[in-house]
Design a protein around this ligand. Structure first.
Ligand SMILES: Nc1ncnc2c1ncn2[C@@H]1O[C@H](COP(=O)(O)OP(=O)(O)OP(=O)(O)O)[C@@H](O)[C@H]1O
Ligand SMILES: Nc1nc2c(ncn2[C@@H]2O[C@H](COP(=O)(O)O)[C@@H](O)[C@H]2O)c(=O)[nH]1
Length: 212
C-alpha cells in the first residue's frame, strides 16, 4: 500500500482575538492539547506576572524600557497598549515557524489584529465572543486576577472590541466550551485545512499502484 505524505506548503498565521476574559487562553490550551501541530506565539508584555505565570512560557515579562527598545529595533510584528500595559509579538520566532510550514497562532487584542491585517492580509482572523456582556464580567471577576480599576478598563475595552467582531473572518461564541472548540476546529481545519490533515500520495507512488 502506498504511504501518505503531507503536502509541503507554507505555514499560516492565525489571529485569535476577543475581549479579555472571554476564554481565549482556555480555548487555546485545549486546542493545542488536541492539535500539537499548532504553534502558539509567546508575547512580550510589561504587565506584572500573575501568580501562576512563567516567564518565557506564558509571556516574556519585560520592563517598559526594554519593550520600547524592542519597538525601536523593529523586533515586534505588532504591538499595542492595553489597559495600561504594552503587549507585542516578537517577530523572529513567528516568521521562522511560518517559514517552516507551521500554523502559528497569535492571541492578541484588536489593535494588534488590525496591524496584522495590514501587514499579513492572508492571515486568518478569528474573533471569540462571550454569550453576554454580563457573563464576560462574571468570568473576569471569577478569574480574580484584576483590580476594580483594571476590570473597569478591560470591560470598557471589551465593548469596543465586540463592536469590531464583524471585521473578522470567523466569529465563535464561547458559551459551551466543547461546542466552541468544535467550531474552532471547523474554522481551522475545514474552512482552511491544515497541511498535516491533507495527506497526498507522491506521483511515483500513484503510478506504482496496481490497476492504474
Ligand atoms: N466556556 C466557558 N464557560 C465558563 N467559563 C469559561 C469558559 N471559557 C473560559 N472560562 C473561564 O473564564 C475565565 C477567563 O478565561 P481566560 O483567562 O481563558 O480568558 P482570556 O480571553 O484568555 O483572557 P485574557 O485575554 O485577559 O488573557 C477563566 O476563569 C476561565 O476558566
Ligand atoms: N496586541 C497584542 N495583544 C496581546 C498580545 N498578547 C496578549 N495580548 C492581549 O492583551 C490582552 C490582555 O491580556 P492579559 O494576559 O493581560 O489578560 C488580551 O486581549 C490579550 O489577547 C500581543 O502580543 N499583542
Amino acid at each position: 500500500m502506498a504511504t501518505l505524505e503531507p503536502i509541503a506548503q507554507p505555514g499560516k498565521l492565525i489571529v485569535f482575538t476577543g475581549p479579555s476574559g472571554v476564554g481565549k487562553g482556555t480555548l487555546l490550551r485545549r486546542l493545542l492539547q488536541l492539535h500539537p501541530v499548532l504553534y502558539l506565539s509567546i508575547s512580550a508584555t510589561t504587565r506584572q506576572p500573575r501568580p501562576h505565570e512563567i516567564h518565557g512560557q506564558h509571556y516574556y515579562f519585560v520592563s517598559r524600557e526594554t519593550f520600547e527598545q524592542m519597538i525601536e529595533r523593529s523586533e515586534l510584528l505588532e504591538w499595542a497598549e492595553f489597559a495600561g500595559n504594552y503587549y507585542g509579538t516578537p517577530r523572529d520566532p513567528v516568521v521562522e515557524a511560518v517559514e517552516q510550514g507551521r500554523w502559528v497562532i497569535l492571541e492578541i487584542e484588536l489593535a494588534g489584529a488590525r496591524q496584522i491585517r495590514d501587514t499579513f492580509p492572508l492571515a486568518q482572523q478569528i474573533f471569540v465572543l462571550p454569550p453576554s456582556i454580563e457573563e464576560l464580567e462574571t468570568r473576569i471577576r471569577r478569574r480574580a486576577q484584576d483590580s476594580e480599576s483594571a476590570i473597569a478598563r478591560r470591560m470598557a475595552r471589551a465593548r469596543v472590541e465586540i463592536d469590531a467582531a464583524d471585521e473578522f473572518d470567523f466569529q465563535i461564541v464561547n458559551d459551551d466550551l466543547d461546542q466552541a472548540i468544535s467550531q474552532l476546529e471547523t474554522a481551522l481545519f475545514v474552512e482552511m485545512p491544515a497541511p498535516a490533515e491533507m495527506p497526498i500520495k507522491t506521483s511515483l507512488e500513484l503510478s506504482a499502484e496496481p490497476g492504474d
